[in-house]
Design a protein around this ligand. Sequence first.
Ligand SMILES: *[C@@H]1O[C@H](CO)[C@@H](O)[C@H](O)[C@H]1NC(C)=O
Ligand SMILES: *[C@@H]1O[C@H](CO)[C@@H](O)[C@H](O)[C@H]1NC(C)=O
Ligand SMILES: *[C@@H]1O[C@H](CO)[C@@H](O)[C@H](O)[C@H]1NC(C)=O
Length: 345
Amino acid sequence: MSSPILVSLALILSLPFVFFFTQHLLPQFSPDSDDLSLFHRATTTTTTTTAHTTNHLSTKPKIAFLFLTNTNLTFAPLWEKFFTGNNHLFNIYIHADPTSSVVSPGGVFHNRFIPSKLTQRASPTLISATRRLIASALLDDPLNQYFALVSQHCVPLLSFRFVYKYLFKNQLLSLASFTANDGNFLYPSFIEILSDDQNLNERYNARGENVMLPEVRFEDFRVGSQFFILNRKHAMVVVRDKKLWKKFRLPCINVYSCYPEEHYFPTLLSMEDPNGCTGFTLTRVNWTGCWDGHPHLYTPEEVSPELVRQLRVSNSSYSYLFARKFSPESLAPLMDIADDVIFRD
Ligand SMILES: *[C@@H]1O[C@H](CO)[C@@H](O)[C@H](O)[C@H]1NC(C)=O
Ligand SMILES: *[C@@H]1O[C@H](CO)[C@@H](O)[C@H](O)[C@H]1NC(C)=O
Ligand SMILES: *[C@@H]1O[C@H](CO)[C@@H](O)[C@H](O)[C@H]1NC(C)=O
């Protein structure tokens, strides 16, 4: 045999070894088998509820509340009040970082923890945690039609009844325009999708110059709040995705521009179904005067009926239904105005 053939043969024979080493020596590239199996089950064993079932009185659609936390749920008593009396219209799922000793607040939160893993800022772990929550909720109950991601610092600004009607009114209004080919109601996901952020270029290249190519072109790269409410169709899109995750799971080289969870979901959904998203989040946050990546943290002194009313008002046609961030000490003054202000429609 001539030497070019030998060289080619040697190259071909070495491929399995190259494959083996890239799979085993670079932990960030290795697939996480627990997650893959969960995501696979969530997208194959559940079916999207059709018009006939959600339309039926005994099977009303539900909202899945996805709590993403690495501390105790300080505002559990306020949420408990929020949920009370609406048992058949919601489900709760909690992802708590197992390295922090989070205890169950009991009540509606009893037994609602899902198998969880470490979460850290400036890493893709918050994306994984969110996808785990969405997949668990998809699998658990086919009536989960909206998936609302909240953190331990989020509080409700309105009653459950209001939130429920608000989310599903579009769905009910669109009953008439139900399209059989789609199999879904025309109800939108509430996720912020922005393309005009001044740090977008740095954030796009946080994993290295043009590393996101070819899956994510800069013109497709988006930013938005980490907190959103997705419809079931988009929840499926998120759990099914492999293409974008391949890039977003790569570690950042520039940790100062590394906020994977603020980019992955808005980018994916704006690529997949921009018209199915409002581009607006229903969770209010106050960035005024903040520069360190942490929004304004409301203190007990700031909590008042006026603040709650102010936080509901937005510049768009939507109202804010939730707000963050509140210091743990804010619980007492929030509980004081819960019945008369927050949960009074
Ligand atoms: C949560 O609360 C429990 C007891 O109420 C406490 O032992 C634990 O340290 C707290 N965990 C965190 C992360 O604050
Ligand atoms: C937003 O936060 C700033 C301080 O950072 C505060 O002065 C302002 O009142 C807050 N706005 C609202 C609407 O709460
Ligand atoms: C609405 O827009 C004004 C002007 O741009 C801005 O000052 C204000 O903070 C915005 N309010 C909210 C709730 O985003």
